[in-house]
Design a protein around this ligand. Structure first.
Ligand SMILES: O=c1ccn([C@@H]2O[C@H](COP(=O)(O)OP(=O)(O)O[C@H]3O[C@H](CO)[C@@H](O)[C@H](O)[C@H]3O)[C@@H](O)[C@H]2O)c(=O)[nH]1
Ligand SMILES: O=C(O)[C@H](O)COP(=O)(O)O
Length: 296
């Protein structure tokens, strides 16, 4: 069996609340955030109101502040999240920059059996993302990881959204991981996973966390351990092309490391030529955290 697909409203909120109670599962929403003061407040407050205060679907909302230099911490806290600075979680384990690092560290400060991840930079989205992502986990014990997908509106049509998805992730999947080819948005930051499963995975500290989790889950438990759910429409802040180069480098490194390429360093030097022969050099971390379960 392959990756199953569903729609967020295949489950009623009542049904999910019943299943959550019967199964005795706690739910954590984790929002990794780096300099997201403009949007993190709405992400937190809307989920809090709809799914914590009105009903009992989400047990905790935790924002992991990933080395922000803006007001992300204060904004998230006043919106009702518990906020932790990634670097201050388990200082004995050291600290690295990056989104994957924030997600890995979240395992040490959350308690949910089911962990839902959401990006902090969303500006077109809705709170049904969370119940939609929980549906497969609360109805099928064989599912370990649920990936969101959505339409990504753009001026020139759907492919306008997702430059790294179209130019890096999909080609890598076609060449190296065809078992993931059914995924509509392999890089979506909106996904959910059983804590016990995520804690057993190696986690790239940067942006390769999504692709790595998919590849490793499909390899260890088969593609049927992955489900994807149509969440409707999602729009986010777009990064500059030059910044996406680092993301692409991290994703390719994780893919190569999982394809028998030995000897990759824990960082790569990416040279970008903005003008003439003088490159701007970016040191791109490509290291991975070992499974968190060893430290829990
Ligand atoms: O060092 C960082 C960088 C980003 N983030 C947060 O991670 C989320 C997504 O980051 P963003 O830079 O907006 O990523 P995108 O350009 O949107 O990249 C897409 O593709 C990435 C690669 O798979 C995924 O990690 C993202 O979730 C997905 O939205 C946001 O809340 C960021 O604030 C951190 O917590 N730490
Ligand atoms: O998913 C992706 O490919 C990256 O987030 C980039 O998305 P964008 O091209 O919509 O900014």
């Amino acid at each position: 069996m392959g990756i199953s697909a569903a729609h967020w409203d295949d489950w009623s909120l009542e049904g999910l609340l019943g299943a959550k109670g019967t199964l005795g599962q706690r739910v954590s929403l984790v929002v990794p955030a780096r300099n997201e003061a403009a949007t993190v407040g709405a992400v937190v407050s809307r989920v809090r109101e709809a799914l914590m205060e009105t009903v009992d679907l989400v047990d905790e909302i935790v924002v992991i502040d990933s080395d922000s230099v803006d007001d992300t911490y204060a904004v998230a806290e006043s919106a009702g999240a518990r906020v932790h600075r990634a670097a201050e979680i388990r200082p004995d384990l050291g600290s690295h920059p990056g989104k994957g690092e924030a997600m890995w560290k979240s395992l040490f400060v959350t308690t949910g059996d089911l962990v839902v991840f959401m990006d902090a930079d969303l500006h077109d989205w809705d709170t049904h993302f969370v119940p939609g992502l929980l549906g497969p986990l609360l109805s099928d014990p064989a599912v370990q990881l649920v990936k969101g997908f959505y339409d990504r509106p753009g001026v020139d049509g759907p492919l306008e959204g997702g430059r790294v998805t179209e130019l890096v992730a999909r080609p890598l999947i076609a060449l190296l991981f065809p078992e993931l080819g059914a995924l509509v948005q392999p890089l979506a930051g909106e996904w959910a996973v059983r804590r016990s499963w995520f804690a057993g995975l190696s986690v790239p500290t940067g942006y390769a966390v999504e692709l790595a989790a998919l590849v490793d889950t499909a390899r260890a438990a088969g593609p049927s351990a992955i489900a994807q759910v149509d969440l409707g429409v999602r729009a986010h802040r777009h990064q500059a092309l030059r910044d996406l180069g680092g993301m692409a480098t991290q994703i390719i490194a994780a893919a190569l490391g999982r394809s028998g390429v030995d000897g990759l360093d824990q960082e790569a030097v990416l040279r970008q030529y903005l003008r003439g022969l003088e490159p701007v050099e970016h040191v791109v971390p490509t290291l991975e955290r070992p499974p968190a379960e060893a430290y829990l």
